[in-house]
Design a protein around this ligand. Structure first.
Ligand code: ADP
Ligand code: ZN
Length: 722
């Protein structure tokens, strides 16, 4: 056994470092350790030295001792290979990827219990306004002192004062308490013949326990979830672990409920909303193998599963699987790699697969399982385009007469409607009618969006908010601000004016910010307490409301504006998904798509439902442009608060671009968001033939440059927009 260990410490600026393993300590590859660095102690992971070259070779006599090994299983080889692959492919520091696997030290904090706090119900004698606010906001919630202070928006000291006063008490939480084990035979469904065939194929893959990616391609409402649940059941029967990835935290709650119905208990949920104690408990149970099924967002991908037997990516086409800050990665693609290293099957479920995924099927790399029709009596909805030029809405309105009529009829029948507009707030732009002043975010190249519910102007990129002023800040005139264009709140106002008796709900990330709020929305829909939903992309997927029979798309052209190569594909996916919410039960569904260009290929494809022809044409366009999935792109984004420094550096990067056969470099040009959170951003776009190892080229190229301290560079391999 070697007395020397190579360690990736959790500091992205540092490469691997060597340490001495003191006598009696057992360190193997994957062990989670505490290492000294200067006067500090850092968490790190021991690694095979030969796989992680170090430029700082240190002689035996100068090595420092490791301080401790965590009492958790070492990260297994498949996860270590995934971390290496991710760092390599996405040009990220390995330590930054390791950090995702350790999920902010959930691994380390050793003891088996944690102390959380909760209100006792006792009202303290001295009830200051801050204390009252804290107790009201905390309500029945429980958490660390720091977490309760954050919820209550008070200082830690206020919470500690409440503990002393007896209004909040400590509770010991056992972080090793077991999770219930889902029962594969709890409530199996009666599958249709199509579903049975699909489920058998997927289950056979799980039983074979080998790497095998499969596209589960089924129209909305075909029962994809029921079908992949059979594969989950097979994995459970062979006592293996399953990871189900969802694109959006808002979909977690309905998923948990469905899972509970099928398997008799909830799976382990992993998302950014967990309390630190919940994270620790879940992390340990996943590493120990007791957590059988984990459902989570992107970050669940790097958890230390003890024995992964299946990965499911639900709504696999969703763009939110692409992570755009920190380590830039595509969770769909990394999930496939994880399955490869774990030697297990991976199911990509979607009614509107990405062109990249279809291409993998065409190449024979992925298998395909199809569900051609909706389950049971449900039929796919009828879809019609409304030409906004031929049938315009009334002046100052956004809903055209035909859609108004359909809404009225649906309301009369006691059925539910959904109006879709992918724009939060009341209006996307506010301007002064006297002087023309427009409200722009001080930190970003973006207009401030008016939110009437909160009476504020908000930037959707950095979160900057300000109150809506009474006077124009430029010309000081009163009552002169006008809202331009619609957001969901404005559509909801229009609905209220048209149908005062209708019960309306606005569903966006502003109103549904937690799983609990999502659950509340679902409950109100199910009990029929809502007639008309006005929502953003948040309502386009996952939900199943049998009484929802009408879908209206307010502005189908919205996503086509950007003009990037994915615009048509994205529009097709989004509108088809939202259309898929209509008529999922016994009652027939109807969809109206408002557009200025009803003859555009994507609108035609939506109306006729001929997805294959649309995909074929789009794929050819990509082939002609040598765009993904044929050629590939990487974006290099140079940013700084100092605009000349950012531009100068970006130009220097451009000048030093290597000449490589099969690779072109465009730019620098202002990035799509030229200023973001106060940083000026320039982008160079690298376009390369697929066969070229573009990462290698970029690594050498950028590695040879000197970077001014105030300039940051980020590489986005396979960027979403190009
Ligand atoms: P998809 O994910 O393909 O849109 P879902 O899995 O959400 O479809 O199924 C749509 C609805 O039909 C759900 O309410 C589901 O419970 C129901 N369903 C599908 N298949 C069956 C089945 N075999 N037995 C009972 N209900 C089913
Ligand atoms: Zn901003």
């Amino acid at each position: 056994m070697s007395s020397r260990a190579r360690v990736l410490v959790l500091n992205s600026a540092l490469g691997p470092l060597d340490y001495r393993v003191p006598h009696g300590m057992v360190v193997e590859p994957g062990s989670i350790v505490v290492a000294p660095l200067g006067p500090r102690q850092l968490t790190g992971v021991a690694w095979e030295a030969e796989r992680m070259p170090s430029d700082a070779e240190v002689g035996d006599n100068r090595l420092r001792n490791l301080l401790a090994v965590a009492d958790v299983p070492p990260l297994r080889a498949p996860l270590r290979r995934l971390i290496e692959w991710t760092a390599d492919y996405y040009l990220a520091p390995p330590a930054a990827v390791v950090r995702m696997a350790l999920s902010s030290n959930a691994a380390l904090e050793g003891s088996r219990t944690a102390t959380e706090y909760r209100a006792t119900g006792h009202v303290p004698d001295r009830l200051t306004p801050q204390r009252a606010q804290a107790l009201e906001r905390i309500g029945e919630r429980q958490g660390l002192i720091r977490e309760l202070a954050t919820i209550a928006e008070v200082s830690d000291a206020v919470i500690r004062g409440l503990v002393k006063a007896g209004a909040i008490e400590a509770v010991e939480v056992d972080i090793d308490s077991p999770f219930p084990v889902p029962d594969p035979d709890h409530a199996p469904p009666q599958l249709s013949d199509d579903q049975r065939a699909a489920a058998d194929t997927l289950s056979a893959g799980v039983a074979a326990a080998a790497f095998a990616p499969t596209l589960l391609d089924g129209v909305t409402g075909s029962g994809k979830t029921e079908v992949y649940f059979e594969a989950v059941a097979t994995a459970l029967r062979s006592r293996r672990q399953v990871l189900v990835m969802l694109p959006e935290i808002a979909l977690t709650e309905p998923f948990l409920k469905r899972f509970h119905d099928r398997f008799g208990c909830e799976p382990v949920a992993w998302h950014s909303g967990l309390r630190s104690t919940q994270r620790r408990r879940a992390w340990r149970a996943i590493a120990g193998g007791e957590a059988r099924v984990t459902v989570g967002a992107r970050s669940a991908l790097f958890l230390p599963y003890a024995d992964l037997g299946l990965i499911v990516i639900d709504e696999a086409h969703e763009t939110s699987f692409k992570q755009e800050d920190g380590v830039h990665y595509h969770a769909r693609d990394v999930a496939v790699m994880r399955a490869k290293f774990e030697r297990c099957p991976v199911i990509l479920a979607s009614a509107t697969p990405a062109i990249e995924t279809r291409h993998q099927v065409a190449l024979g790399h992925y298998a395909e399982v199809k569900l051609p029709g909706r389950y049971g009596a449900a039929q796919l909805p009828t879809i019609a385009a409304i030409d906004l030029i031929a049938e315009p809405p009334e002046r100052g309105r956004w809903i055209s007469p035909r859609l108004v009529t359909a809404l009225g009829e649906t309301l009369e029948r006691g059925e539910q409607s959904l109006l879709f507009l992918n724009r939060r707030g009341y209006a996307p732009l506010t301007l002064c009618r006297t002087c023309g002043h427009r409200f722009q975010c001080p930190n970003c190249t973006a207009w401030m969006v008016e939110h009437r519910l909160t009476r504020r102007l908000a930037c959707h990129h950095c979160g900057h908010v300000e109150p809506v002023p009474r006077l124009c800040p430029e010309c000081q005139n009163e009552d002169t601000l006008v809202a331009c264009g619609p957001g969901v709140e404005r559509i909801a106002d229009e609905v209220a004016a048209l149908f005062p008796e209708a019960r309306t709900a606005v569903v966006t990330s502003d109103t549904i910010w937690s799983p609990a709020r999502a659950a509340d929305f679902v409950a109100r829909m199910e009990e029929g307490a809502i007639d008309i939903v006005v929502g953003t992309q948040l309502v386009t997927k996952g939900y199943h409301f049998p009484n929802l029979t009408l879908v209206g798309v307010i502005d189908a052209d919205l996503g086509l504006d950007g003009g990037d190569l994915r615009a048509a594909e994205r529009t097709f996916q989004q509108i088809r998904q939202v259309s898929g919410r209509a008529g999922r039960g016994a009652k027939p569904g109807h969809v109206f798509i408002q557009t200025h260009s009803p003859r555009a290929a994507v609108m035609q494809a939506l109306v006729t439902g001929d997805a294959d022809a649309f995909y074929a044409a789009e794929t050819e366009a990509r082939r002609d442009a040598d765009a993904p999935p044929f050629g590939r792109y990487a974006a290099i984004i140079v940013s700084s608060e100092d605009q000349p420094a950012a531009l100068e550096t970006a130009r220097a990067v451009g000048r030093s671009a290597p000449r490589v056969e099969g690779m072109e470099v465009y730019g620098p040009a202002p990035a799509p968001l030229a200023m973001l959170r106060g940083r000026h951003r320039y982008r160079l776009l690298v376009h390369a033939r697929r066969a070229l190892d573009v990462q290698d080229v970029i690594r050498d190229w950028l590695g040879a440059l000197d970077w001014p301290a105030k300039v940051r560079v980020a590489v986005d391999v396979d960027p979403y927009s190009f």
